[in-house]
Structures are given as structure tokens and as C-alpha cells.
Design a protein around this ligand. Structure first.
Ligand SMILES: *Cc1c(COP(=O)(O)O)cnc(C)c1O
Length: 449
């Protein structure tokens, strides 16, 4: 028997007389612990427990606890029905239940010039798992991927897990947070495999026009890279621009679309998402990307019921499990949710985004360069030079939590310093209260001149 002489690092002194063990954590994974959730829990630890006022969570991306954003009874009933039927108690097939994949294909095809087949759809445990699969499939040695800045950090985290290099391209605040095509062209090289585009956008609240998306598609085609279209907020567009799915340009460049029930149906806890490939020219087929995605999908043993291995906390490195019981309800959810429910949510977001932008005008040190038109967030610029003793957005956010019980996400945690992300899918009264508190906080800390 060979004695393990170990990879555990310790100094020689400490090792004396001790057995050495061969176990060691993958340091790349430990290095990924800089998620939004990490920042939010740090801010939460600064809340004053003696403040009788309610906490205002502008930092989260989950409106489901608020009565105005309660999920439709139609989808709740569909789940109950699927579970009661006992038809979905078995292991799930690898890529998801056929009826559910067909329903997703039909749902997406409503807005596309081509009709998707169920074979082009893979069901996942939320869009997060879709991202994890796509990144692991694209992570060949030396490859890199282009990500929006500011963007959605989960892509960076997964890329680090998979040893895929990330390169950030800029979004332009003064142009409705459009993609800076020139930085995209400057960053891409022969090892670039894909670019990610988030539309409607988190964290910027952007909704891109047909014209802009076409330009993005043409740029990607020119560079020979595929487009990953994160459309988790698909159809959540309440401004003057309609939502245009990237898949419309599938004949220009291959598209991998990511979606889920989490945001549009306001059920993020259900963990139901999908990957769809829109590839009329067969490029993803030829490069075996679709095939590999299916292998990634089948590498996860589907769980019989909704089980939440929270990838951020308990089970960081492991994939999430599928939710088979919930898949059984997908056809009903996609077919039966009525327009009235979606209209109600869009009206709420229109109303709350109006309140937000109006109120921010009264606060000198905060400017909103672009009124949000979609999703549920906006990025605002913080001018710390107008404030006394305020170093940066991080200090601002910590003091605001401490003094006003208001949580906002500092841009530094997303790589852009002295910006703040504000989530506005909140009960209107609480939203107004929270903004009023930010206003008085800023007045109290304003420099006197
Ligand atoms: C919330 C979100 C996701 C993850 O969605 P889930 O379905 O909850 O996993 C992915 N991308 C963006 C941009 C998001 O905001």
C-alpha cells in the first residue's frame, strides 16, 4: 500500500508527527465566492436590528414575496395538477419531458420566422443551470467568451469554474445601454467562441431594438462567434420598444437562447428553465455543440421532485437537479397563462419604474442615465464627490443599510465602481418609502458649501 504523502499544504513544523491527507479544494472554485448574494448578505449584516421600519430590498432580483407580484393561480393549479396526476413521479428523460420541450418550442416559435422542434430544446433547472451547461460545453482549452459589462456575474462564476477566459465588452449608458460594437470587435480573437447578450437586460433595464440586435448578429457573424441570448426577461418590456428575440436573426448567426419561468411568471423558486438552439444553417449541429449540450443535460440525474440544491450556498460546485414534477406542468403553464396576468405585471413595472425615475430626480448625487424599459432593474450613477466622508459606492451602500435599512447593490460588486443597481419590482408604497429614505440619507450626508 502506498502512503499518501499528500497535497495538503502546511509548514514543516506543523506537519511533524501528523498524518498528511491528500485532499485539497480546487482553489479556482474558492476564488469564485464574490457573487451578488455574497454582497447582499454582507450588507444585510449591517442592518440595524433596532430600526422599527421595514427593510427595503432594492438589492434583490426576486419580486415574488410582494402581493402585487404574486404568481398566477393558473400556474399554481397546473403544478398541483401535475403532481396529483402521479404521472411525473419517475426519473425525467435526459433532455426533459417531450411534452414540455414541445411546449417550449411552440412558445418560442410564436415570435420566430422558423418553427423550432422539441429536439432543439433542453429543459434545465432554471436558466442558471442552462448557463452552467453552455459554459462547460464551450470551455475548450484556450477559449474565451465575451460578456457584457455591467452584466450578470453568474456567467463569470461559471466560466471560472470551467476555466473559460472571460472578456468584458462595454454597454453604453448614454445609448440605452447598447452593446459597444467596437469593444466587441477589439476583444475578439481566433479563440473567441461566443458572446453573451442579455435582453431585456439585468442590471441595466435595457430593451434593444430590432436594428441594434441585427447589428450585434452581423458583428458576431463577421467574427465567427455564436450568440448566447439570455432572454430570461423575454417579453418583460414596458417602455416604447417591443421585445425582439435574438432568434429572429438565426439565419445570420447561430443563436443559443436561454429562458426560464423564473422572471416572467414570477416563480424563481421553481427552477424551471430551458436552452433552445436556433440554427437554421446547422452550424451548432456540425460543431457538435447541440449534442454536447444534451450530454451535459444527461450528466445530471434528474430528481423526481422539486429539490433545491442551491448552487450558491450548499452545493456550490455541483449541478442543480432537475424538477421532473414541475416539468409536467410546463405545457399548461405556457399555454394557459393569460395575457391579463402578464399585462398586470407589466403595468406594475411601468408604474414602479416611473415612481423610481421621478423620485431619483430629486436626489442630487444620483443620476439615472437611461430610464429602464424592461426587466426589473436600473443602473444609476453615484457622485460621491457631493457627499461628505463617502469614499465610494460600497461605503454608501453599507451606511445606507445601517442608517436607513435600505439595501442597494453597489456597482463595485459587478465590476463598475460608483454605480448602484436598483430593483424596482417592489410594492409601490414600500418603493416610495425606500426612495424617500435614500433622499434624506443623501441630504444628511451632503457636503455643505
Ligand atoms: C435571474 C437571471 C438568470 C437566472 O434565472 P433562473 O431561471 O432563476 O436560474 C439568468 N440570467 C439573468 C440575466 C437573470 O437575471
Amino acid at each position: 500500500m502506498e502512503i499518501n504523502n499528500g497535497a495538503v499544504l502546511a509548514n514543516e513544523e506543523g506537519m511533524k508527527g501528523k498524518k498528511s491527507w491528500g485532499c485539497k479544494a480546487n482553489e479556482r472554485i474558492i476564488g469564485c465566492d464574490s457573487t451578488i448574494r455574497g454582497t447582499v448578505s454582507m450588507l444585510t449584516s449591517h442592518l440595524n436590528p433596532h430600526d422599527p421600519r421595514p427593510k427595503v430590498p432594492f438589492s434583490q432580483g426576486d419580486p415574488s414575496p410582494f402581493p402585487s407580484f404574486r404568481a398566477s393561480p393558473v400556474v399554481e393549479d397546473a403544478i398541483v395538477e401535475a403532481l396529483r396526476s402521479a404521472k411525473f413521479n419517475s426519473y425525467s428523460p435526459n433532455c426533459g419531458v417531450l411534452n414540455a420541450r414541445r411546449a417550449v418550442a411552440e412558445y418560442l416559435s410564436r415570435d420566430l420566422p422558423i418553427k423550432l422542434s422539441p429536439d432543439q430544446v433542453l429543459l434545465t433547472a432554471g436558466a442558471s443551470q442552462a448557463i452552467a451547461f453552455i459554459i462547460s460545453v464551450l470551455a475548450t482549452p484556450g477559449a474565451n467568451i465575451l460578456l457584457p459589462q455591467p452584466g450578470y456575474l453568474f456567467y463569470n462564476t461559471r466560466a471560472t469554474f470551467s476555466n473559460l477566459e472571460c472578456r468584458s465588452y462595454d454597454l453604453l449608458p448614454e445609448q440605452g445601454w447598447e452593446v459597444d460594437i467596437n469593444t466587441v470587435k477589439g476583444l475578439a480573437d481566433k479563440n473567441t467562441v461566443a458572446m453573451v447578450i442579455i435582453n431585456p437586460g439585468n442590471p441595466c433595464g435595457n430593451v434593444y431594438s430590432y436594428h441594434h440586435l441585427k447589428k450585434v448578429a452581423e458583428t458576431a457573424e463577421e467574427l465567427g462567434i455564436l450568440v448566447i441570448a439570455d432572454e430570461v426577461y423575454g417579453h418583460i418590456a414596458f417602455g416604447d420598444k417591443p421585445f425582439v428575440p435574438m432568434g429572429v436573426f438565426g439565419s445570420i448567426v447561430p443563436i443559443i437562447t436561454i429562458g426560464s419561468l423564473s422572471k416572467r411568471w414570477v416563480v424563481p423558486g421553481w427552477r424551471l428553465g430551458w436552452i433552445a438552439t436556433i440554427d437554421p444553417n446547422g452550424i451548432l449541429l456540425e460543431s457538435k455543440i447541440m449534442e454536447s449540450l444534451k450530454v451535459a443535460g444527461s450528466s445530471v440525474i434528474a430528481a423526481p421532485l422539486a429539490s433545491h440544491h442551491n448552487i450558491f450556498n450548499l452545493d456550490k460546485a455541483a449541478s442543480e437537479t432537475n424538477c421532473f414534477g414541475f416539468q409536467g406542468a410546463v405545457p399548461q403553464i405556457l399555454e394557459r397563462t393569460n395575457g391579463e396576468f402578464f399585462e398586470r405585471i407589466l403595468n406594475m413595472l411601468r408604474q414602479t419604474s416611473d415612481i423610481l425615475v421621478d423620485k431619483l430626480r430629486e436626489i442630487d448625487c444620483i443620476t439615472c442615465p437611461h430610464k429602464p424599459q424592461g426587466a426589473m432593474f436600473t443602473m444609476v450613477k453615484l457622485n460621491v464627490s457631493l457627499l461628505e466622508d463617502m469614499k465610494d459606492d460600497m461605503e454608501f451602500s453599507i451606511k445606507l443599510a445601517k442608517e436607513e435599512s435600505v439595501l442597494v447593490l453597489p456597482g463595485s460588486s459587478m465590476g463598475i465602481k460608483n454605480w448602484l443597481r436598483i430593483m424596482f419590482a417592489i410594492e409601490p408604497d414600500l418603493l416610495k418609502d425606500g426612495l424617500e429614505r435614500i433622499k434624506s440619507f443623501c441630504q444628511r450626508h451632503a457636503k455643505l458649501n
